[in-house]
Design a binder for this molecule. Structure first.
Ligand SMILES: [Zn+2]
Length: 271
């Protein structure tokens, strides 16, 4: 049987920044955006954990050891299943105000019932309803959190989901959540692409104002730079030219289009 220490891969990126990886393809191979990146930012008096992952193995003992005596804040980048399912163990978590309701009730993961992967028994044991954290607090765009020598600003970047957030640190890291990464992209229907593009523009402007900003996405490669945002912006703009080659992908109830660059595959909501 796998243990937490084998499931999570921990790496120290900087003195004040740890990355905790887990592989989401373990649950169902339709998910190819491995690894999932959870981030732990260490200020002098407070630590911030960004996302709690898939909820398969205890994460809190790992975080407690890394944070030492610091107070802990736990944020979710957004409500999609691979980001908040470990919330319960942390007691209190924050998420954008648009998604508080979505993570306040047991999270239904019954769509994994047919997965052939053995690990899914962890969800089966909970009847495919994963309990939420006891206390869920709302985040707003522009809110500031002082961790001690590191200040974190919350940026509301809707599109991927209604309450997706990114975090900008005073040290120059931009944590992009699922708003931008290289890999499979989950997009809203075409009529809402302008919302995604507006959020990407907001991040591009931040990077243009400070060339030293490094991007830390919630999936796959890190750190990235402004090219990721520009590639994705152009790629989404170009989807209209590729619309005729779309194919149905029923598990996600989406249209699938592969970006000619090979950097992205788009799943566009059919609902
Ligand atoms: Zn994700």
């Amino acid at each position: 049987m796998i243990k937490s220490s084998q499931h999570f891969k921990i790496s120290k990126q900087k003195d004040y920044l740890y990355v905790i990886n887990e592989n989401i393809s373990l649950i169902n191979s339709v998910y190819t955006n491995d690894p999932l990146n959870l981030y732990l930012i260490l200020g002098t008096h407070t630590a911030l954990l960004l996302d709690t992952g898939c909820g398969l193995f205890p994460l809190k003992p790992i975080v407690d050891e890394l944070k030492g005596s610091r107070k802990l804040l736990v944020f979710n980048t957004h409500y999609h299943w691979d980001h908040p399912l470990g919330n319960l163990d942390f007691g209190e978590v924050y998420i954008h105000e648009n998604e508080v309701d979505l993570v306040s009730k047991p999270y239904d993961v019954s769509y994994f019932k047919d997965s052939p992967n053995e690990i899914v028994r962890v969800y089966a044991e909970q009847n495919y309803l994963i309990p939420p954290a006891e206390v869920i607090k709302p985040l707003k765009d522009g809110e500031i959190f002082d961790l001690g020598e590191i200040v974190i600003k919350v940026l509301h970047c809707p599109g991927h989901s209604p309450g997706s957030i990114c975090l900008l640190s005073s040290k120059g890291e931009l944590f992009t959540g699922d708003v931008a990464y290289y890999g499979d992209q989950f997009l809203p229907k075409r009529e809402e692409f302008h919302i995604v593009l507006k959020s990407l523009s907001k991040l591009i402007n931040i990077c243009k104002q400070n060339e030293k900003v490094e991007l830390y996405p919630s999936h796959r490669n890190f750190p990235c730079n402004i090219s990721l945002l520009i590639d994705l912006y152009k790629g989404i703009k170009n989807i209209e030219n590729l619309w005729e080659i779309r194919e149905a992908f029923d598990f996600f109830q989406a249209w699938q289009i592969d970006d000619p660059s090979g950097k992205f595959r788009y799943f566009i909501s059919r609902n």
